[in-house]
Design a protein around this ligand. Structure first.
Ligand code: ZN
Length: 150
């Protein structure tokens, strides 16, 4: 009897640790846009990177906002976009609360990776060598973005 109770108790404790974690991941990484291409999914949900100089958004210079291609979250204003010469769309700052960051040690480098705060999709990395007063350079995969002109 006591043994069963202990078993039940440890199971209850165990699941209270595991279940919130599961629901956390389910909420933070979710494919919302069913029309995402294979390449977009690879970047956004498997931390991939598009080829440099492949994004049409490099040439985009109209006024407007850049949104998450998966969930539509508004991420960057066109006023923060600049040409970094790296081959990826670059921004000096993100809109408040747009992203969550995580340290990534891939390729033996310490980099700060950022994810859409709403759907958890990976977008790119942020560096501290930006040319503007913010000092930031958000290096974003163009395939993760949708531009909406104003
Ligand atoms: Zn998103």
């Amino acid at each position: 009897m006591r043994r069963n109770f202990l078993k039940f108790l440890s199971l209850a404790i165990f699941s209270s640790f595991i279940l919130p974690l599961n629901s956390l991941f389910a909420n933070t990484k979710k494919i919302i846009n069913k029309n995402l291409t294979k390449k977009q999914k690879e970047i956004m949900f498997n931390e991939g990177t598009e080829r440099p100089f492949s994004s049409d958004l490099l040439r985009e210079s109209r006024k407007g906002f850049y949104h998450c291609a998966n969930c539509g979250n508004k991420l960057f204003a066109s006023t923060s976009k600049f040409d970094s010469g790296t081959g990826w769309p670059s921004f000096s700052e993100a809109l408040p609360g747009a992203f969550k960051t995580k340290i990534d040690y891939k390729f033996g480098m310490k980099r700060t990776e950022y994810h859409c705060a709403k759907c958890g999709a990976h977008h790119g990395h942020v560096f501290n060598d930006g040319p503007s007063t913010s000092g930031k350079r958000f290096c974003n995969n163009g395939l993760c973005l949708i531009f909406r002109p104003e």
